[in-house]
Design a protein around this ligand. Structure first.
Ligand SMILES: Cc1cc2nc3c(=O)[nH]c(=O)nc-3n(C[C@H](O)[C@H](O)[C@H](O)COP(=O)(O)O)c2cc1C
Length: 212
């Protein structure tokens, strides 16, 4: 095969790979600036709910939910709805959907597919209500962003994941959705599925859905 043809084939392969990777990404609709109940009403409504109807979340609901969890609310400095210790921004959120698992890329407000298929059983671990929820958000903390891996760092990481979970809880309360903060999950299997480094630790997850 001549050199030019080889180069052409190589370029074609790179182009097709890029296109197929990008095809996996879903740009979410812009988050709303209004809506839901007041903060006081949401706090009165906030509660654990472990039942979910078959109804899926609309793309808009999913976009608003993810943005509420940890989206960018100050684009000028890429700061987010969730505070983090020393602004480390070490919490990332994954969405477990019935047909795929996605990473929420907060900077671009995009869902990037990480794994195909239904992997909600790795979160359920016998709590079968998780299999009914149309989406579960998983909070993963990257401990590599802490210079010292001491007890304080572990506490800060867990606190920061808890704040994201509470953002989800309040969003759900404000919009009449059901959710529950959970620590139960198969961490080792999830780490393998998502290709996490040993420093990236799954901390909490929140199944979210409509009430029955
Ligand atoms: C850090 C944390 C971990 C939790 N883990 C689970 C869990 O794995 N499974 C579950 O069903 N509920 C879990 N819960 C929910 C609690 O059981 C629930 O919040 C508690 O019973 C109080 O009820 P409330 O949320 O309605 O106030 C967890 C809550 C927190 C804050």
């Amino acid at each position: 095969m001549c050199k030019e043809l080889k180069t052409l084939l190589l370029l074609g392969t790179i182009f097709l790979t890029t296109v197929s990777v990008n095809a996996q990404d879903t740009k979410l609709p812009a988050p709303d600036k209004k809506g839901g109940s007041s903060v006081m009403e949401a706090l009165w409504q906030r509660k654990t709910e472990r039942t979910f109807s078959d109804k899926k979340l609309s793309e808009k609901e999913l976009a608003n939910l993810l943005w509420a969890a940890c989206g960018v609310n100050r684009p000028e400095n890429e700061k987010r709805t969730n505070p983090t210790a020393r602004n480390l921004q070490e919490v990332t959120v994954y969405a477990f959907l019935p047909d795929r698992v996605c990473l929420y890329e907060h900077k671009t407000h995009t869902l990037k597919t990480i794994a195909k298929g239904d992997h909600r059983n790795l979160l359920a671990m016998g709590q079968n209500f998780v299999l009914q929820a149309p989406v579960t958000l998983l909070m993963v903390v990257d401990m590599a962003l802490y210079t010292k891996h001491d007890e304080v760092a572990v506490t800060m990481g867990a606190a920061d994941a808890g704040i994201v979970s509470q953002n989800i809880n309040l969003y759900c309360a404000a919009f009449g959705l059901n959710t529950v903060t959970r620590a139960t999950m198969d961490r080792a299997a999830i780490a393998k599925l998502l290709g996490l480094t040993p420093d990236q630790v799954p901390i909490l997850n929140n199944p979210v859905g409509h009430s029955k």
